[in-house]
Design a protein around this ligand. Structure first.
Ligand code: SAM
Length: 287
């Protein structure tokens, strides 16, 4: 028996996405889930279900957007990160799985039970909210230069019901001294923009839909990392840590920046693809 526009048939539209996506089947499932307001388990349970015409129309419209290359997260308006489901928008980066490594390393550091943590360039709030969800006695301060990102992070904070995160607009550290009475942090964490302005990857794939303010950082991609690394020692407590994400070819340059700024125990960790992705260092003495 054949079904017109059954779940199974609609999922066959994944063929159309093969040329633009490495995850065509998953993408199609997510779009159909969004159109039907169900989860992926439901699709497997009801393969012969025939959605209403309006739902099929919605699904096809979503599929057309994906065919233009628009990221799934922007189409459905959310993205999973750590254990959280975050609202996303075109005002900032879609949180990436690599960035979970930053969270994982931060959680493994030997930090005080009640730690003060600063997340620079918070975007959706991903890093700060993930840390806050794991340690409800940590005090998180999160900043972003883009007011639209600050507002988005605040929406996510409220949705995740996390009271231990405060979010502000700030150009890196510019507003930080006024944010808390003693601006000394046990951990500063950042996934800043780090792509070279002429990097050809900027005109391909998902990043075409993300803002330059979240991606691009000067000719060598290091402009923002320089500011963050050079200024962090002033804001770190003794034995405080700085943890940054960077491009996979920036490891050596970033370790040099850490060493020049007075950090010790400088080390780089590789991501799940075995690429240098996160560098950390400790300030033994306050500057
Ligand atoms: C690569 S995105 C990271 C977003 C988020 N932390 C994440 O990991 O998904 C970089 C973020 O830094 C913010 N940003 C760029 N320049 C900044 C600046 N001068 N001061 C503060 N934030 C900045 C951007 O708006 C963007 O949200």
């Amino acid at each position: 028996m054949s079904f017109i526009n059954s779940v199974t048939e609609l999922l066959q539209n994944s063929n159309q996405l093969q040329s633009i996506s490495d995850t065509a089947v998953l993408d199609t499932e997510l779009l159909l889930c969004f159109a039907l307001d169900v989860d992926r388990a439901w699709l497997r349970t009801w393969p012969d279900h025939q959605p209403e015409a309006i739902q099929v129309k919605t699904f096809k419209a979503l599929l057309s957007r994906r065919l233009t290359g628009e990221p799934i997260a922007f189409i459905i308006g959310c993205q999973g990160f750590w254990t959280l489901n975050l609202t996303v928008s075109a005002d900032t980066l879609i949180p990436r799985p690599e960035t979970e490594l930053l969270v994982e390393i931060a959680l493994g550091l030997d930090l005080p039970k009640v730690s003060r943590v600063l997340d620079l360039g918070t975007g959706t709030g991903a890093i700060a909210l993930a840390l806050a969800s794991e340690h409800n006695n940590w005090q998180l301060t999160a900043v972003d230069s883009q007011i639209a990102a600050v507002n988005l992070a605040e929406i996510n904070r409220q949705n995740c019901q996390l009271d231990n995160v405060s979010i502000y607009q700030s150009d890196w550290f510019s507003q930080v001294p006024g944010l808390i009475s003693s601006p000394q942090y046990h951990l500063i964490i950042s996934n800043p923009p780090y792509i070279e302005i002429n990097d050809p990857h900027l005109s391909a794939g998902d990043v075409r839909f993300e803002p330059a303010s979240a991606l691009v950082s000067g000719r060598d991609g290091l402009d923002d990392l320089r500011v963050v690394i050079e200024q962090s020692p002033k804001y770190l407590d003794s034995n405080g840590w700085l943890l940054v994400e960077h491009g996979y070819q920036q490891g050596t340059a970033v370790r040099n920046l850490f060493a020049n700024a007075g950090f010790t125990a400088v080390a780089t960790q590789v991501d799940y693809n075995n690429l240098e992705r996160v560098t950390l260092g400790c300030i033994r003495e306050r500057h």
